[in-house]
Design a protein around this ligand. Structure first.
Ligand SMILES: NC(=O)c1ccc[n+]([C@@H]2O[C@H](COP(=O)([O-])OP(=O)(O)OC[C@H]3O[C@@H](n4cnc5c(N)ncnc54)[C@H](OP(=O)(O)O)[C@@H]3O)[C@@H](O)[C@H]2O)c1
Length: 253
């Protein structure tokens, strides 16, 4: 038995959405636990800010746009050839685009699904390639409590997170024999840019009402990072195909 089954020491982890919010905090926390991070997003400058906050050596940044049409499998294959195979993947890139149904066009819907769902499928497919991941390894996808409940103006987002959780279950069944565990984390509202944008749309009073629905108050990106740590670590070796709710009690009501 390992002396600390929660340790990530020496692991190589790809983190998407690492230029902001949850992805950035996850990257920083995992680096503090001894992991080597490849931090992915579109904004090179914000990725460099993340890089400057990482602890230890050997980290790198990768500018990649999941809406850009590039081949995710070829990209991950090249990344692992230049570095070492990955022990983990955390997919925190995502968009919310809150819009009432009357204002939501098919283009908005497709942007949400391409960023939140199709990117996840492409990453899972790419990650399982020979030489890209180790056996055992672990994939963590960011879902949301909105996979289970809803709010007005979030039809696309809610549907996309429901799809993420279904995809995680299907991938977990298929990839178990390859030693790859696949799980989701479903946060309540976490104080990030995404939550700020939501407040900008719904207003302070509505946001205060949303906050009151969280018995423990709104979350911090670090609350999600701790859960990611667990799912990536050997301590979660018998956990796959599930979604871990981290929501300050939001769904308990
Ligand atoms: N904050 C919350 O309350 C909350 C609650 C539940 C679930 N979540 C989920 O947690 C994840 C992270 O959310 P967050 O709050 O940290 O959001 P955020 O601060 O808005 O960050 C989103 C990240 O996604 C990246 N991204 C967006 N579109 C991309 C694209 N086309 N290609 C590559 N990267 C892209 C952004 O980077 P660039 O702009 O640099 O590309 C950024 O790093 C999302 O999946 C979100 O749905 C958040």
């Amino acid at each position: 038995m390992q002396s600390n089954p929660f340790s990530l020491d020496g692991m190589s982890i790809l983190v998407t959405g690492a230029s902001s919010g949850i992805g950035r905090e996850v990257a920083v926390w995992l680096s503090r636990q001894g992991a080597r991070i490849v931090a992915v997003a579109r904004d090179a400058q914000r990725l460099e800010e993340t890089l400057s906050q990482l602890h230890g050596e050997g980290h790198s940044v990768e500018v990649f746009d999941f809406l850009g049409g590039s081949d995710v499998s070829a990209w991950l294959k090249a990344l692992s050839r230049n570095g070492s195979p990955f022990d983990g993947l955390v997919h925190a890139a995502g968009v919310q685009l809150p819009l009432p149904i009357r204002a939501m066009g098919l283009d908005h819907w497709e942007t949400i699904f391409a960023t939140n769902v199709t990117s996840g499928f492409s990453l899972i497919k790419a990650f399982r390639q020979k030489g890209v991941c180790r056996n055992p390894s672990s994939i963590v996808m960011l879902s949301s409590v909105m996979a289970q409940v809803a709010q007005p103006a979030l039809i696309g987002y809610c549907a996309s997170k429901g799809a993420v959780e279904s995809m995680v279950r299907a991938a977990a069944l298929e990839l178990a024999r390859e030693g790859i565990r696949v799980n989701a984390i479903a946060p309540g509202v976490i104080k990030t840019e995404m939550a700020q944008k939501l407040e900008g749309l719904v207003g302070e009073d509505a946001m205060a009402a949303i906050e009151r629905k969280h018995p423990l108050g709104l979350g911090h990106p670090l609350d999600v990072a701790y859960a990611v740590n667990y799912l990536l670590s050997p301590a979660a070796r018998w956990v796959t195909g599930t979604s871990l709710v981290v929501d300050g009690g939001y769904l308990a009501e």
